[in-house]
Each structure stands twice: as structure tokens, then as C-alpha cells.
Design a protein around this ligand. Structure first.
Ligand SMILES: C[S@@+](CC[C@H](N)C(=O)[O-])C[C@H]1O[C@@H](n2cnc3c(N)ncnc32)[C@H](O)[C@@H]1O
Length: 720
């Protein structure tokens, strides 16, 4: 379909008609619109012939859509091979608004002017009709025409048009109030020259002639939150959106009017039966919280397109939350445990995908399950920099690297709660919870009841939490002290220590003693209170704005707070795989051989309470392969700002419990969160590989070790 630009008026008209024929337009239809275009463009043929008469094709199609497709015949351009065409040309006022001189050349203006000519609705048609004049069949035809007019390689793509699940032109879209997205809901009068919100559509706007419209279709946007949140719900976990389709891309229309107004339309899709338009203020707040609240420092890959995608996805999420609420409620009743399904699913997937990898990586000496995990460490799982939890937590936890080194944190699967690796034996049955370990007669918030309930018994008849949701200062201080000065705290000794047994089964060393620890006991499923009860803090999950960041201080990635936090604030659990101490030992040996650091936590607070324990009852947590943000908390000697606290939730049996981090002092915005691992850097017999401490604390216990090493190197060099 080439277009020659020379010839008489008649020849050029003939060529135009010929060009339109394969598109199914008669010479009559073509002639009528052609004449109107020439009128608008002051007989500038080049504008019409440009892009294989695209402007003409669009104008004919849109004239049809507006009911101007079969104009009266007038003798305008007699064309060979077809009936002569004629029409009673509408005045400019009819179709264009006030007359203005035709714009001579810029391409965008030409196109915009033509669109105005062609797609402006009849001024007398009602708004609803204006929004849906184009029939679906015509739309399809428009796509075909687009395909026809495109250069060949694009035409191939368009011949199989992309699925467009959401079209503002279609009448069904009125159900979801599309116009509200871009407009104020406060009912402000529009003096912009744009149409009012309900029928705003940049393609159909009948503003002044010299406006520009830009379209950005199906931009390639990195995946944001929708995929993980939909997974979340399917698995019955805490937060998320059910069946929210991932926006296949983002359509953005930006239009400007002669009056200097700019209007933007974003288009994204969702199942209309599940959607109710949220308030724009709520959308903005949500976007703000997600993008700025959670990042504060913008991530390296921040882009405006990403932000717009966020806006669309917030609309979808808020608009479908009524469905979500229903489903989450039923999940809690039917499931109780928030994430085990998700964890098991992931574990299974990982196991399936790594079965063949384990032996290939030379890990033949360990069990198959361990091989799979160790193989995972060599693979790269993708992190979502906007939310490392991929929707598993209630709030997003962004990843930021302000340095040019390592781009992403090490690979691992995010789990918000502990998951059994293989052999760990935990009795979480309701039957295990006796009358003294629950409060079935409570209602609402136990903390506001006149008397403390049975769940406060563990903490001496006083709740561990304040009504503000903070861990009591005295409790925090005691946990810090037990960690820093274990020698000053009571210890119990096992007859045969399962930890020592796992190190040397044949002749275990005597028990080194286990600290008697102070526990928080939270209300749980056998209690009558609700989820908002003040004695349920850890089980509600992370609520502070946190960020995983590259420290740039030689300690790798760390965790920091984006909010100022008072002493006693819950940060997160240390979540990981629940291993038996034998499994941990096996893993530790593998890690040593592979030169890998791991930081498991031993759950030894209840080890000696019930006589001799079986191997599979001595448990620990390892967040290396499956973990939460707790795995990013770095060590700081002595003056760290977090305390780690044992928490009883599902079982009164203290062989298994949660480990929760609370602030041990006030923490400033952006301050790194650290805890004292309690490492004895001098201990040569420790089963895990040790790092050189770079905590920077003036009380650093590892610094002396480094200096000692330096001194011995200098001494050795001097002796040579
Ligand atoms: C539980 S992880 C913490 C997250 C870790 N920084 C990362 O990038 O994944 C523990 C590891 O972090 C590093 N690390 C933590 N605290 C450190 C410190 N004070 N000095 C040096 N390295 C530290 C060590 O490599 C250690 O093995």
C-alpha cells in the first residue's frame, strides 16, 4: 500500500479510494470522509496520504462509529470503478467545536486533529451513548485495520490481537466506574476543557483541536505485587488478594488540551464481578505506603511506569478487598496456621526441582533432602525488590542497595513462619493445651479484662505486653542480660544432652548447660479472645516498616527500620526450617566443607525439662534456605538494639517455641537492627564457620581477635 504524493486531485482521490478498498470501505464511504479531511487540513493531501492513509482509515471507521458512516451522496470525487460519492458535509461546529486554523505539520497534532474530526461524538448524544458508541465488531475491525496499516513485522503481531480484558469503551466497564480513576471525587467543577469524569476518555475527548494524545500500550513493567498476593490467598495465609489477575501490562493515555490541561488515563484489568471502585484517596495512600513508605530511599530500578503500575494494582487490590475479606475469614477458621500450606508447597516444589541437582553438586555424603537444600544455595531465586516477602507478610519489605557491589541478597525461599524440614517432632495438637494454658472464657482483648487470664500465668500473672503493644521494659532487659551474661543466669543440665549426642553419638560430652529462659506466652486457638487481643503480638506478624539493605560495611546485607521505634517494639521472628539437632549437625558439617556461613538458632530452653529427650525432639531453626527477614539481622557485640525472646504460641511444650526480636532500646529511622549472636569468637570447637566481626561496636569481642591475628602475622613476617 504505497502512497504516491503526486498527481491531480482526482488521481489522488482515486488512490485513496483504492487504498481503502482492501479494508472493506466503499468509495462512497471513503469519498465522504476524504472530503471532510481535506476541508480540515486545508487540502493538504500529504497529511492524509501519510502512513498509508492511516488517518483516512481511522476517520472512516470513527465516522461509522459516530453514525456518520453512510453520508448523503454529493458529487465530490468521481472515482473510477465505483459510484460517485457525495455528502452533506457537517459544519466544523458540528464535529470539531469552535473553528480554528488547521495546524500545518506536527505529526501529533495532525493525528489528534483527525481523531477529533472522526471520533468526536455527536454533541447531542447522551454521555452513556458517547462512551459506548463503538460496537465490539467495529473494534475488531479497527484492530484488523491497524494490522493492515502497520509495517509488516508489526502486522504479524497484531493479526493475533493481544487479549484486552478491559476496555473502557465497552459498556461493561461502566459497572466498574472507570472514569473515577483519574478524577477528583470531591465533585470539583471541571473547567479544564476536558469532558467530565464519567465519560472521560482521551480517545473520545472533544476538546480543542491542538491537543496531543500519547498512548503507551502494554509497557513491559517488572512484576510487582499481584502474583505473590494471589498465591498468598490461595494458600490461606494472612494477607493478599484473591484472584487478582496480574496486569498483563499497562496502558497509559496522556492528553493535553489547548488550555494547558493534561489528563492521564491508566488502564489495567480485573475480573469485574469482584471489583468495586475504591476511593481515590485510599489508592493514593496505599501507593504512598507501598512505594515511599516502604522504600524511603528509592530503589535503583524505580521508574514512573512502575509507580503507575502500582497505582493500577492498588486500585485493583482495594477494589477487590471485599472479596478478600470474605475469603481470609474463612481461611482462618478452616486453617488456623497461617502459612504452613505455602511453606509445604514451596518446600515440595524446591525438593522436586532440586532432586537431580543434589548429586550433581558433589554432595553425595549427605541425605537426599540435605542435598536439595545445599543445591539451592548454588542456585539463584529471584527477589522482588519491592517486597522480599513476595506478599507473605502483611507489609512490604523492600530491598535497597546503595552500593555498586552485590546486586541481590543471597537466594532463599521466604517463609513467614517456621516449617518442619524433615524429622522434627512437634506436638501442636489442641489436646496438648490444658485448661491452665488457654483462656476459653475470654472475649475480645484479654488486656482490657479486669483480671489477667490464664495465659498470663507464664509471666507471673502479668501480661508481657503493655496495652500499647510493647514488650515490657523489664522483660526486655532481662532477656538482654541473659544473652550477654549467661554465667550470671540459672542454667539446667541434661543427663544426656541431645545436642552433645548429635555431635558425638558414640561418646557424647557432658551437657554444657542450658539457660533457664523467660518466655512470653501468647493467647491462641483455644482462647476465647480475638486476633486483635493485646496478648497476641508475635502471631500477628510484622507490622513495622522494615527494609533489607546492603550495609557496605563488610557485613553483607542487613535489616533496618524505616520508622522510629520505641523500646519493646516487636520487629519479626527468626523464621526458618525446624531441624533436629542431628539434622543441624549434618548440615553444619556440609556448610563447613562448602565454606558457607550459617546461623542456626538452637531451641534449647526446654531441653532438660522432661527427662531424656529423643533426638528428634531436640530442635533448632535454620533460616539459611527457608527463612524470613530475621535471617538478615547482623550481629553486634554487646550494644545491639534487639533482644531475642522465646515465645510460646501453639504448644505449651517448650521444646518448640518461636524466637522473636524486640527492640531493646529506642531505635531511630534508618538505624540498622542488630542483635548479639552471643558468639564466643575465641571458641575453636564451635560447629559453625565463624566470620570476623566488623560490628563497629566499642565493645566488640571479635575485634581483639582480629588484632591478635594481625599481630601474629606481623610477628611471623618479622621472624622470616
Ligand atoms: C544471619 S546472617 C546476616 C545477614 C547477612 N549479612 C547477609 O548478607 O545475608 C549472618 C552473616 O552475616 C555476616 N555478619 C553478620 N554480622 C556480622 C558482623 N558483625 N561482622 C561481620 N560479618 C557479619 C556474616 O557473614 C554472618 O555469617
Amino acid at each position: 500500500m504505497g502512497s504516491s504524493r503526486a498527481g491531480t486531485k482526482k488521481e489522488r482521490a482515486q488512490r485513496a479510494v483504492t487504498a481503502m478498498k482492501p479494508l472493506g470501505f466503499s468509495s462512497r464511504q471513503c469519498g465522504a470522509v476524504l472530503r471532510r479531511l481535506l476541508d480540515v487540513f486545508d487540502n493538504n493531501w500529504a497529511l492524509i496520504e501519510d502512513e498509508n492513509y492511516r488517518v483516512l482509515a481511522d476517520a472512516i471507521l470513527d465516522a461509522q462509529a459516530n453514525g456518520n458512516g453512510e453520508p448523503e451522496e454529493i458529487d465530490a470525487f468521481p472515482v473510477e470503478g465505483g459510484p460517485s460519492t457525495s455528502f452533506a458535509a457537517p459544519t466544523r461546529e458540528d464535529s470539531l467545536g469552535p473553528p480554528s486554523p488547521p495546524s500545518p505539520s506536527p505529526r501529533a497534532e495532525r493525528h489528534a486533529a483527525t481523531r477529533e474530526l472522526a471520533i468526536s461524538p455527536r454533541p447531542d448524544s447522551p454521555p452513556q451513548a458517547r462512551a459506548s458508541t463503538r460496537a465490539p465488531g467495529k473494534k475488531r475491525r479497527k484492530q484488523t485495520i491497524d494490522a493492515y496499516l502497520q509495517p509488516v513485522e508489526e502486522a504479524v503481531f497484531l493479526r493475533e490481537p493481544k487479549h484486552e480484558p478491559f476496555d473502557m469503551d465497552e459498556s461493561r466497564c461502566h459497572d466498574v466506574q472507570p472514569g473515577l480513576i483519574g478524577s477528583s471525587q470531591r465533585g470539583e467543577a471541571s473547567n479544564s476543557g476536558f469532558q467530565e469524569q464519567s465519560d472521560w476518555n482521551p480517545k473520545k475527548s472533544s476538546g480543542t483541536r491542538n491537543r496531543a494524545i500519547q498512548h503507551s500500550r502494554n509497557m513491559e513493567i517488572p512484576t510487582l505485587s499481584v502474583e505473590p498476593t494471589s498465591n498468598t490467598l490461595n494458600n490461606g495465609t494472612r494477607s493478599g488478594v484473591e484472584n487478582v489477575q496480574q496486569a498483563p501490562g499497562l496502558d497509559i493515555d496522556v492528553a493535553s488540551s489547548a488550555a494547558g490541561d493534561v489528563k492521564m488515563s491508566l488502564k489495567c484489568s480485573v475480573d469485574p464481578s469482584k471489583f468495586r471502585m475504591p476511593a481515590l484517596e485510599a489508592v493514593f495512600k496505599m501507593v504512598g505506603d507501598k512505594c515511599l513508605g516502604s522504600c524511603k530511599v528509592l530503589p535503583r530500578d524505580f521508574s514512573v511506569a512502575r509507580l503507575m503500575t502500582e497505582i493500577c494494582q492498588c486500585v485493583l487490590q482495594l477494589g477487590t478487598e471485599h472479596t478478600l475479606e470474605r475469603n481470609t475469614q474463612s481461611d482462618i477458621v478452616g486453617n488456623g496456621s497461617r502459612s504452613e500450606d505455602g511453606g509445604n508447597r514451596k518446600q515440595k516444589a524446591a525438593e522436586e526441582s532440586f532432586v537431580s541437582n543434589g548429586s550433581e553438586s558433589g554432595l553425595v555424603n549427605s541425605t537426599p533432602a540435605q542435598q536439595q537444600h545445599l543445591a539451592l544455595a548454588t542456585l539463584k531465586t529471584d527477589h522482588d525488590v519491592m517486597d522480599i516477602s513476595k506478599g507473605e507478610e502483611k507489609i512490604r519489605i523492600s530491598i535497597v542497595n546503595e552500593f555498586d557491589s552485590e546486586k541481590f541478597p543471597p537466594s532463599f525461599y521466604y517463609i513467614p513462619e517456621n516449617v518442619v524440614f524433615q524429622n522434627a517432632l512437634i506436638d501442636m495438637s489442641l489436646a496438648k493445651i490444658g485448661g491452665e494454658d488457654c483462656c476459653p472464657d475470654c472475649f475480645g482483648n484479654c488486656l482490657s479484662a479486669p483480671e489477667p487470664c490464664a495465659c498470663a500465668r507464664e509471666t507471673g500473672g502479668e501480661y508481657a505486653y503493655t496495652p500499647e503493644g510493647l514488650l515490657r521494659p523489664a522483660f526486655v532487659d532481662e532477656c538482654v542480660s541473659a544473652n550477654l551474661f549467661p554465667a550470671e543466669h540459672q542454667k539446667v543440665f541434661c543427663e544426656t544432652c541431645p545436642l552433645e549426642r548429635s555431635r558425638n553419638k558414640a561418646s557424647p560430652e557432658p551437657c554444657r548447660g542450658h539457660l533457664v529462659r523467660k518466655f512470653i506466652k501468647e493467647c491462641w486457638n483455644k482462647c476465647g479472645c480475638n486476633m486483635q487481643c493485646g496478648n497476641r503480638v508475635v502471631q500477628r506478624g510484622i507490622t513495622s516498616n522494615l527494609q533489607v539493605f546492603f550495609t557496605g560495611e563488610g557485613t553483607g546485607w542487613g535489616l533496618r527500620t524505616l520508622d522510629e521505634l520505641p523500646k519493646g517494639s516487636f520487629i519479626c521472628e527468626y523464621a526458618g526450617e525446624i531441624l533436629t539437632s542431628a539434622e543441624l549437625h549434618e548440615r553444619a558439617v556440609q556448610n563447613m566443607q562448602n565454606d558457607r556461613y550459617a546461623h542456626p538458632m538452637i531451641l534449647d530452653a526446654g531441653l532438660c525439662s522432661e527427662g531424656l529427650l529423643k533426638d528428634k525432639e531436640a530442635l533448632c531453626l535454620d533460616g539459611t534456605f527457608y527463612g524470613n527477614v530475621g535471617r538478615f539481622i547482623n550481629h553486634r557485640c554487646c550494644d545491639a538494639n534487639l533482644a531475642v525472646v522465646p515465645v510460646e504460641v501453639e504448644t505449651p511444650d517448650h521444646r518448640y517455641y518461636h524466637l522473636a526480636f524486640f527492640t531493646s532500646k529506642k531505635v531511630e529511622v534508618f538505624e540498622e537492627l542488630t542483635w548479639d549472636y552471643g558468639i564466643d569468637f575465641e571458641d575453636k570447637n564451635r560447629p559453625v564457620k565463624m566470620f570476623e566481626c566488623l560490628c563497629g561496636s566499642r565493645y566488640c569481642r571479635g575485634r581483639g581477635r582480629r588484632h591478635l591475628r594481625k599481630r601474629s602475622i606481623v610477628a611471623a613476617a618479622a621472624a622470616e
